[in-house]
Each structure stands twice: as structure tokens, then as C-alpha cells.
Write a protein that binds this ligand. Structure first.
Ligand code: 2P0
Length: 321
């Protein structure tokens, strides 16, 4: 028998950037995301005589394999289960070579396949906590659509909840990839450094406020307000890293920022976002996607690859003989 899970990635509209407890991945503030339909991870997990990790058909033995198995052994002790060995076979439908992170979908799928294989019958809340222990943003991939991840002081209190699993808002994301680059500062290190900023407590407060405002914008079906809130939050995250002497932004990321503004000046709602890398994302309404894509392709000429996405579903897990 083997267990399978399929989980989608998500884009944070209010970013998770800072941990109160690194080991437990307890965030310093709440975050809010949109699960995406276009990018996902499918994982098959079964018992095995020895630990083996196969990624996209290739046996992995390095750091990635180590991270997978130390996570699985953390889950075994979290659920008070005896030590076991596993074969983990994952396929990432995330354009990794284009520089996209896949840890959210990867760890959410792994947690869900583990829960299924061990017969744990986990609730969505428990699954979100278990996914969070692998990678913070994975906590949010348990649900589809708009998702809020509460901060929580204890491990059991920090989980994601759905806000609107099938959004009525016609929101779309256009990822702009400027090619893969080796991240200069990992997310873990970037978050650690950012906590030393004199602006960190203001960042925390801003995220709390932004989550409340974003929820209201979603409730009111206002793409305009949600776009403004998320662009402001992305700017604040990158201002925070700059205040600590490092940045993920490249000249391309900044050009994408100007492009969103230019598109707005033409009367089309379009907002910018950027995570811990130089690739940017543009938020727009479904009906404006082709227009925004054409604008981006023209502005960057051959230097960009565009990946459109819209709202996607939560994680699914099943067993097969
Ligand atoms: C997010 N990011 O909310 C933010 C915005 C990047 C920028 O979550 O250290 O790989 O494994 O808990 O989830 C990237 O960090 O971090 C991230 P860890 P993760 O999506």
C-alpha cells in the first residue's frame, strides 16, 4: 500500500516574514494567502527498508533528502509513533528552474501523505500544524482560495483557517520569472536578520492590521482594496530587509513594480508582489490577464517568462493498494 497527496502552492498577500520560535516555525505575525491552481506537488509515500527520496524521477541524497527525513522523524515523534523508514516519491509541478519556491506545496503534500499512510485521520487544523513544522508557508496550502494563518503562541494554536475556499473575486496572479538565481540569503536567514531591524515591531503591527483589512476587502469583494493592501505589505517586507542591509530585489523586480503602476495609470487594476527572490508577481482581475501579460512581455522583451495562475484547491490525500 502507498499513500498519495496533492497540494498546491500559495502566494502570500500578507507575508510571513519573521519567526517567534524557529524550531516550531511559530510566526511573529499572521499572514494571508491565495492558494494557486497552476503550481502543485504530488507525493507518494510508503514504508521502506531504508529512507529514499525520489524527486521528479531522480534519487536525491543531499540536503533536500536530509530535510525530508528529519521532518518525517520530527512528525513521528510529534505523533508519538515508533521510528520508521519511508520511500518518498515527489513530483513538483512548479517551474523550479524558473526560480519558484515549492516548499509550501512540498511540505503540505508530504504531511498529508504521511497522515494518510500512518492512518492518523488528521483534521485540517492538525494537518496545518503538521505542515507548518516542515515549512511555514505550507500551513496555508491545506486550504484552497483565501487562507489566513494565525500566529499563535503554542504549536497547537498556530494553524491556517480558510477565509473563502472558492473566491468570488476574479483574482489572478501573473508570475514574472527573470530566470533562476541562487538565493543569496535563505528565507530562514533573511527572517532571522529581519528581526534585528529597528522597524520589526512596526512590521508585525502592520501585518496584523493588513490581515484584518484584507479580510474585510475579501468580504466586500473589493479586488482594488485587496491589491493595494498586498502591494503595500510586499513593499514593507522589502523595506524591512533593506533596513538590515540586504535585499532580494533586482532591477527587474523594480521594473515590474513600475510596470504595475503604469498599468494602473492606464485605468487597469494591477498590483505588485515579490517574495524572497527577485521574481515578481502581478495581481490583476481575470478579464485583464491578457492585457497585463502583453504589457509585461513588451516591457521585458525576451527577459521574462510569464506564468499565470488563479485560485486553486486545498490539499487532497488518498491511499492505493
Ligand atoms: C510567505 N515567504 O508568506 C513568505 C513571503 C517568503 C516571503 O514563506 O523558514 O519557506 O521554511 O518556514 O515557508 C518563505 O518561507 O519558510 C515564505 P520556512 P518558508 O510566503
Amino acid at each position: 500500500m502507498a499513500s498519495f497527496a496533492l497540494a498546491h502552492t500559495n502566494l502570500a498577500l500578507v507575508k510571513y516574514w519573521g519567526k517567534e520560535n524557529e524550531k516550531l516555525r511559530l510566526p511573529s505575525a499572521p499572514s494571508l494567502s491565495l492558494t494557486l491552481d497552476a503550481f502543485y506537488t504530488k507525493t507518494k509515500l510508503s514504508f521502506s527498508k531504508e529512507d529514499r527520496f525520489v524527486l521528479d524521477g531522480k534519487e536525491e541524497k543531499g540536503k533536500e533528502a536530509q530535510r525530508v527525513f528529519s521532518y518525517l522523524s520530527a512528525l513521528l515523534s510529534f505523533f508519538r509513533l515508533p521510528p520508521s523508514h519511508f520511500l518518498v516519491d515527489s513530483q513538483n509541478f512548479v517551474p523550479k528552474s524558473a526560480g519558484f519556491a515549492s516548499s509550501a506545496s512540498a511540505f503540505c503534500a508530504l504531511a498529508a501523505a504521511f497522515g494518510k499512510e500512518m492512518g492518523l485521520s488528521l483534521s485540517k487544523r492538525e494537518l496545518s500544524v503538521a505542515s507548518r513544522l516542515g515549512s511555514g508557508s505550507a500551513a496555508r496550502s491545506v486550504f484552497g482560495g483565501f487562507v489566513l494563518w494565525k500566529e499563535g503562541r503554542e504549536s497547537e494554536e498556530s494553524f491556517a483557517v480558510p477565509i473563502e475556499e472558492k473566491p468570488s473575486m476574479p483574482i489572478c496572479v501573473l508570475y514574472l520569472s527573470f530566470g533562476a538565481e541562487k538565493k543569496k540569503v535563505s528565507s530562514t536567514e533573511g527572517m532571522r536578520l529581519s528581526k534585528t531591524s529597528p522597524f520589526f515591531s512596526a512590521w508585525r503591527q502592520e501585518c496584523r492590521k493588513a490581515c484584518k483589512e484584507a479580510r474585510k476587502a475579501i468580504e466586500d469583494n473589493s479586488f482594488e482594496r485587496l491589491g493595494q493592501i498586498s502591494e503595500r505589505n510586499a513593499c514593507q517586507m522589502h523595506a524591512l530587509t533593506l533596513s538590515c542591509g540586504f535585499s532580494y530585489l533586482s532591477s527587474y523586480s523594480l521594473k515590474a513594480f513600475d510596470l504595475a503602476k503604469e498599468i494602473r495609470e492606464e485605468g487597469v487594476s494591477c498590483y505588485w508582489s515579490c517574495d524572497a527572490g527577485s521574481n515578481a508577481a502581478l495581481l490583476c482581475r481575470k478579464e485583464d490577464l491578457n492585457f497585463v501579460r502583453e504589457k509585461a512581455e513588451r516591457a521585458f522583451e525576451g527577459a521574462v517568462s510569464c506564468f499565470p495562475a488563479s485560485s486553486g484547491p486545498g490539499v487532497e490525500a488518498w491511499s492505493e493498494d
